[in-house]
Design a protein around this ligand. Sequence first.
Ligand code: ATP
Ligand code: MG
Length: 490
Amino acid sequence: MKTILTQPSAGPVINALRALGYNARTAIADIVDNSIDAKASEIDMNFDYNDGNGYIEIKDNGSGMNIEEIQIAMSIGSKDPRHKRKNKELGRFGMGLKTAAFSLGKRLSVLSKQGNYIVERCWDLDHVSDTNNWELYTNIPEEVKVLMSDINNPSGTIVFIDKLDRFMRAGESPILPESFNKKIERIYKHTSFVFHNILSGEISMRINGNAVEPWDPFLTTHDFTNPLRPRVLKDTSGLINVSTYILPHASYLNQTEYRNAGGIKGWNDHQGFYIYRENRLLHFGNWLDLFPKDQASQLARVRIDITNKSDEIWQVDIKKSTVNPPDFIKNQLKAIAKEAREISKQVFYFRTQSNSGDTTIRSNVNTWQQENVENGTAFKLNRSHPLLQKIMKNTSDENLKDLKMFLKLVELGSPANIVIVPKVEEELMQPITDSDKELISQLAGMYTQLVDSDDSNELINIILMTPSMERFNRFTIKTVLEERNYVKST
Ligand SMILES: Nc1ncnc2c1ncn2[C@@H]1O[C@H](COP(=O)(O)OP(=O)(O)OP(=O)(O)O)[C@@H](O)[C@H]1O
Ligand SMILES: [Mg+2]
C-alpha cells in the first residue's frame, strides 16, 4: 500500500495537548510523580503570584538528568507507553511533564543538575505557535532564570512554569491573590491525599514552605475503624489487593476527626473505591458505575492496589486520574462493594460498631431499627429506647393505647418507609391481609374518637390520607370498614 508522510502541525498539536483535561491539582501531581521516580527525598513546590505574572516551581533533590536525558525528557512522547517500566515507576506515557505543565501555562523551563553538570531546556508555546515548529530553546531565558532558585544539592531538578494563562489567567486579567491562594490550598489538600502513603515514608514535600502532611482516607489508626477481611484478586498482569474499611459512625468521632475524615469533597463523595497505583492514589469518590452513591454507604471506603503492570488492562489514562478495570474484575469488585455498602448501612443507621465494646448501650439509644419485611426492609421505632420505656411505664392504659397508635403512625409516615405504589382502579376489592384489615380498623377507631363527624365518607377520606394507606383504594377501605361495622353498608 502506498503511504504519504503527513507530519502533524506543531502549533495546533501543542495547543490540543493543553486541553487534555487536567486540573491544577492533577497537573501538579503528575509533575511530582517524576520527582518520585527520580528518587527524590525532598520535593518543594512554590507558587508565586508575582503581581499577576505568577510562576510555579517544583524542585527536587532526585537523580537529575544529563544532557541526553533532558533532551529526551522534553520531547513530546519521550518514552513508548508500551515498554515495560521499572518496578514501582509512576511514569508511563512519556508525556506528563509537558502535558501537565502546558495545562497550567505556556512556558516550561527545566534545569537539572548531576554533580558538576547543569543542563537546561525550555519550551515556549508562543514561539512554537509563531514558528509552527517544534523548536525547543536550549537555554532558559534570563528573565526566567532570575526567578528560579538554585539547586544546592549534589543532584536535582527544577521544573519551572510561567506565562500561567491557564492557572491564573496571566496576560489578560489575572485572578485575584485570594483566588490564587485558594488554589494553592486545594493543591495542598490534594497532594496530602494522593501521596499520603508516599508521605508516610521517606519522602517529604513542602508547598510554599509548609510541610505537606499525609491525609489517610481510611482512618486506619482510629480505634473504631473496621477493616474487613482483605481480598486478593488476580488479573493477567498479577495480583490486586483489595482492603475494605468501614469508617466509624459520626458519634464515635470528635468534631475535628469528623471534619477531617470528610476530606476534600465531604463524606458522601468520599465513599467508594480508592484506586492506588504503586502506592499513589489515581482515582476515588465513586463505585465505578457499579452502584450509585448513597448516604448510608458513605462509611465504606475500599482500597484497591494495582501495579504499573496493570496499566494497559486497567486503561490508566495520561492524567493518572481515571481507570477502567476489565469486566471480570468489576464483577468481583461488585461483590466486595455490595458487602461493604451493606455493613456501612448497618453502622450508619444503627451505630453497630462490630469492634466497639459498648454496642448494647449504643444500639439501645437508637430511635430507629431496621426490620426485614416481605419486599425489602422497613424502619421501626425502637420500642426499648430508655426514654420511651419510661414514658410508657408512667402512662395510663387508655393513653398508652393512643401513644402506641401514634408511634405506629410515625413509623408508617417515615419517609424511608413510604413506598410509591400505582393506584388500583376504583370499585374493585384489592387483596388485603388480616393485619392490614386490623390496622384500618384501629385507624377507624382512633379517628372516630378524634373527629366529631358521622360522615362515613369523611372517615374513609382521612384513612386514605394516612401514610401507607395509599396502597388501598376507596372501595377496599370502605368494605373493611363495613365488615368491622364502622360504616353502614350501602
Ligand atoms: N524531576 C525529574 N528528575 C529526573 N528526571 C525527570 C524529572 N522529570 C522528568 N524526568 C525525565 O523525563 C522523562 C519524561 O517525563 P514525563 O513526565 O513527560 O513522562 P513519563 O514520566 O516517562 O511518563 P508519564 O507521561 O506517564 O508521566 C521521565 O521519564 C524522566 O526520565
Ligand atoms: Mg511523568
